[in-house]
Design a binder for this molecule. Structure first.
Ligand SMILES: *[C@@H]1O[C@H](CO)[C@@H](O)[C@H](O)[C@H]1NC(C)=O
Ligand SMILES: *[C@@H]1O[C@H](CO)[C@@H](O)[C@H](O)[C@H]1NC(C)=O
Ligand SMILES: *[C@@H]1O[C@H](CO)[C@@H](O)[C@H](O)[C@H]1NC(C)=O
Ligand SMILES: *[C@@H]1O[C@H](CO)[C@@H](O)[C@H](O)[C@H]1NC(C)=O
Ligand SMILES: *[C@@H]1O[C@H](CO)[C@@H](O)[C@H](O)[C@H]1NC(C)=O
Ligand SMILES: *[C@@H]1O[C@H](CO)[C@@H](O)[C@H](O)[C@H]1NC(C)=O
Ligand SMILES: *[C@@H]1O[C@H](CO)[C@@H](O)[C@H](O)[C@H]1NC(C)=O
Ligand SMILES: *[C@@H]1O[C@H](CO)[C@@H](O)[C@H](O)[C@H]1NC(C)=O
Length: 837
């Protein structure tokens, strides 16, 4: 008997990837997948005695459990054993012949002669095969996700059997037992992605738009994942695959009810969050009630507004900033066969489609007709946003849980009465070919975001006073003042002890004047688009940098202080720290930490100094900048688009660590207001993405463009703006592109970096490659900063870049490089785009 048991429960000393009828796994043993990517074994968490069987990445040092077998029924003690029972099921029991705590529970009996086998595949899938030939799958762990979605795992459901693939959070970080958040696709109406907490909708990803979830504009599928979405009579599901099997990237629903996409960065040996939701108040389910829209970018600080034609249900609550009651149609509003029509609301997450109707065969025009005919139809939209839009979604009840995104999102057409329609057409009339973004005010009256024609004035170094007039284009504003921020009262004294809630310390003008020796020329550190920067030394010897803003802020004083206080809350090791501000006698100044090594351009572009930056330092600088920018784009609450990233805005501390400066300046200087305030857009010649320079459209992707330029400058040690090659036919990017196509990219590398070893060479080539991906002409083709960081930090496959901007179209080349006097060199001073009304 004992012998028999020993044979049955024989521990396998060499780690294997299979369990068979004669080979079981005991606590202490691990199963390792063929390629060594995953391991299966027993574990406990948080010092608890409870034992679980789980799968984790065997190569990731922070033990990241991606699947748990017996999460509902933990073992007590280490006597557990995992084996195949006589009915052909994989079973977990505590060793003494006790009843199973977990089983694969396949009810179908096996044939008498079959010999089932369990194998841990290199994809992380634990599969129970009917027989050793491994042809028929009896059960697989991929069908029973826990809190983690691995690549190639499905999320969704089988419409026929009702079987679902969903995620359920752990109870806590240390407790794998099922928690109370779930993440799944809800097939009711038009299928949507939902995150539920305690059974209630917590966050809604919305319907699939053909490219992404309506509520997840960050979703991209180019660089690291490709996504396949399926919706037919049998199944609704989504599956993420990685473009290279060695990429370690998972989606996790954590115990606090946040779903995030995290990716392992080999170089840094850490997980990096690429995306997570919910992030901000507008993300939670239905924050503004029925027919209310949540817009975190409103000028008047309350995020809720009513959709066109609606008004707050209880104005008192709205006044007190509680939007949950939602909005109602105005009394007596006639919306049936009385000349009504539709008004477009742009950049949206579409409303809850649980009771929407869909007809994929209709065009948008037919959709409008259909909705117009049925008096209970409240709104319509394109169901699929690919190729200009197709399919027809219509709503018949309240419009629930919409929100505005800054510069992405879908259009929805809301039914409004004849009066409102006429008003809308009138406001809108005569503006051809222009994108309209609609914002809604608290009262529900519509504020059209009027497109402000701008004229870009380009100051050229060689031709001072001579201006190049760019064609009048449109400036589409999107980000604006933040929500709910109360400012501190201004103190006139130096008050560095004030706590963070009270806001940033306000410095006395006399103090700043003294510290900078009355802004003496000797203390001047530089001049930027927003004003001058002076070095200062306080009486206790602390060194500070004082940015004295030019007079042109279009903002009021309170707004200014609000903005500065908000920006000061952004803290990251790759961002320059704001210590305080001075705001007195028409002076507006920001006080920063002083960084001894100055700005990157003063080293990188200086023949006598750039040898100080060897490749290792340069690479660290590049990744540091990428991290800082990623924080601004994604991690910080404000989600700042820098808009003026360049070498002179990257400062170096004593250890040569990069710190981005001038972030949030567009906000501070009021360049980003939705209403008439728009005075200027800023950017720097040579770093400006084409869509931003030409059309005033900015997005995170325009920052990615600037980062790409910076990356190529770091590698080459040359300025994009002053670089010219032979006959002005191309600038630095153009030249890099030509060399890259000829397979000679290394020719561009700055020789003063010193001898490169094989490893550096690979990294350098990688940086050039990533740089070229960042400067592609189409913003949509460019990677996001999280993808950039990923690509810089991991080896492996990179897609081929398309031709960069500024050299495809002849006009852009000329705009860029040739002036009438034949010089190629242009100043890299910040360009100001001035409103011309
Ligand atoms: C299993 O047997 C061992 C030793 O025979 C004993 O120490 C242990 O408590 C038993 N476990 C259970 C769950 O009965
Ligand atoms: C297996 O099936 C039994 C009976 O249907 C059920 O009580 C048990 O919870 C199931 N176990 C697992 C692990 O699903
Ligand atoms: C859900 O989890 C939270 C946090 O652990 C807890 O406070 C709450 O009581 C849980 N709700 C239910 C229904 O279990
Ligand atoms: C994703 O891309 C990889 C490599 O390009 C390809 O092999 C795979 O079939 C794709 N998967 C899906 C689901 O499209
Ligand atoms: C869950 O994830 C969010 C976002 O990444 C994070 O802020 C939060 O702390 C996490 N919660 C836990 C318990 O890890
Ligand atoms: C139409 O709507 C507007 C504003 O939404 C309202 O002022 C007006 O009274 C309505 N007109 C009719 C005829 O219902
Ligand atoms: C309008 O559409 C709804 C929902 O599809 C339908 O129930 C209703 O019968 C339609 N009304 C008319 C007049 O067609
Ligand atoms: C995938 O990445 C690995 C290393 O990360 C690399 O060696 C391999 O060449 C890549 N495969 C492809 C197809 O690019």
């Amino acid at each position: 008997m004992i012998l028999l048991l020993m044979a049955l429960f024989r521990p396998n000393s060499s780690s294997s990837d299979t369990i068979t009828a004669t080979r079981s796994i005991m606590d202490g043993n691990v199963l390792v997948s063929d390629g060594g990517t995953f391991a299966l074994g027993f574990f406990s968490r948080g010092g608890s005695a409870l034992r679980f069987v789980g799968i984790w990445y065997s190569k990731v040092p922070t033990k990241t459990v991606v699947w748990v077998a017996n999460r509902e029924n933990p073992l007590k003690g280490t006597s557990g054993v995992l084996f195949i029972d006589s009915l052909g099921n994989l079973v977990l029991a505590s060793g003494n012949g006790s009843s199973p705590v977990w089983s694969t529970n396949v009810s179908e009996p096996i044939r008498g002669d079959s010999n089932p086998v369990v194998r841990l595949l290199d994809s992380g899938n634990l599969v129970l095969f009917q027989d050793v030939d491994e042809k028929v799958i009896r059960w697989q762990s991929f069908d029973y996700p826990t809190d983690t979605l691995l690549p190639d795992m499905k999320l969704g459901l089988n419409r026929k059997s009702g079987f679902t693939w969903s995620l359920t959070s752990w109870r806590s970080d240390d407790d794998p037992r099922p928690g109370n958040s779930t993440y799944k696709i809800d097939p009711t109406g038009y299928p949507q992605l939902f995150l539920y907490k305690d059974g209630m909708p917590h966050w809604r990803g919305g319907p699939w738009t053909g490219l992404r979830w309506s509520g997840v504009p960050e979703m991209t599928k180019k660089y690291i994942f490709n996504v396949s979405f399926m919706n037919d009579q049998n199944e609704v599901s989504i599956k993420y695959s990685v473009t290279n099997a060695s990429i370690v990237s998972i989606m996790v629903l954590n115990s606090t009810g946040t779903v995030s996409r995290i990716t392992w960065i080999g170089r840094d040996q850490q997980w990096v969050t690429f995306w997570f939701d919910p992030k901000e108040p507008c993300d939670y389910y239905n924050p503004c009630g029925p027919n209310g829209n949540c817009n975190p970018y409103t000028v008047d600080q309350f995020m809720c507004s009513c959709l066109p034609g609606f008004e707050p249900k209880s104005p008192g609550d709205w006044y007190l900033r509680d939007g949950t009651g939602g909005c109602l149609r105005r009394n007596g509003d006639s919306l049936c066969q009385s000349g009504e029509g539709f008004m477009k609301v742009g950049n949206l997450k579409l409303p809850d489609t649980s009771d929407a109707m869909v007809d994929m065969s209709l065009s948008l025009t037919d959709c409008e007709q259909m909705c117009l005919k049925n008096c209970s139809c409240t709104a319509y939209a394109s169901a699929d946003e690919r190729e200009g839009g197709s399919g027809c979604l219509t709503w018949y009840k309240d419009l629930v849980d919409t929100r505005t995104f800054s510069n992405v999102g879908q259009d929805m057409y809301v039914r409004v009465n004849a009066t409102e329609l006429a008003l809308h057409l009138e406001k809108n009339g005569g503006r051809r070919n222009k994108k309209i973004a609609v914002t809604l005010s608290v009262t529900g009256t519509l504020l059209l975001l009027l497109l402000v024609p701008v004229v870009i004035l380009l100051k050229r170094r060689r031709a001072t006073g001579k201006r190049t007039q760019w064609p009048a284009t449109t400036f589409l504003s999107s980000n604006a003042s933040p929500v709910n921020f109360t400012d501190s009262t201004q103190t006139k004294e130096l008050d560095q002890t004030s706590n963070s809630d009270a806001g940033l310390p306000s410095f006395d003008l006399g103090f700043v004047t003294a510290a900078t020796d009355n802004f003496s020329f000797e203390n001047r550190l530089g001049q930027g688009g927003f004003g001058t920067v002076h070095k200062g030394t306080t009486s206790d010897g602390t060194e500070i940098a004082v940015k004295r803003l030019s007079e042109y802020s279009g903002q009021g004083n309170e707004e200014f202080k609000n903005e500065v206080n908000l920006i000061a809350k952004l803290q990251h090791r790759n961002l320059v720290r704001i210590l305080g501000f001075c705001f007195q006698d028409h002076e507006k100044m920001l006080i920063y930490e002083y960084l001894p090594n100055g700005s990157l351009d003063t080293l990188l572009f200086d023949n006598s100094k750039r040898y100080l930056l060897d490749w290792r330092k340069r690479f660290d600088i590049a990744t540091g900048i990428a991290r800082g920018l990623l924080y601004l784009h994604q991690d910080s609450r404000l989600r700042i688009i820098h808009r003026d990233l360049k070498a002179s805005n990257v400062l170096l501390d004593a250890e040569m660590r990069p710190k981005i400066s001038d972030f949030g300046m567009a906000r501070i200087c009021g360049g980003d207001q939705i209403e008439g305030n728009t005075k200027r857009v800023v950017g720097t010649y040579g770093y400006m993405a084409p869509e931003y320079a030409m059309e005033g459209l900015f997005s995170v992707k325009s920052d990615v463009y600037s980062f790409g330029i910076l990356l190529l400058e770091i590698v080459s040690g040359k300025r994009n703006s002053t670089y010219y090659h032979e006959d002005c036919s191309s600038n630095l990017i153009g030249h890099v592109w030509e060399l890259w196509q000829e397979g000679k990219s290394m020719d561009i590398v700055d020789k003063s970096m010193g001898g490169e070893d094989q490893h550096s060479r690979k990294e350098i080539l990688r940086c050039i490659h990533v740089g070229l991906l960042c400067v592609q002409e189409l913003a949509a083709d460019r990677p996001t900063m999280s993808e950039v960081l990923f690509m810089l930090g991991n080896d492996g496959f990179l897609p081929s870049p398309n031709q960069p901007a500024y050299i495809i179209r002849g006009s852009r080349v000329r705009l860029d490089n040739s002036t009438s006097d034949g010089t190629c060199s242009v100043s890299d001073a910040t360009i100001t785009v001035v409103e011309a009304r």
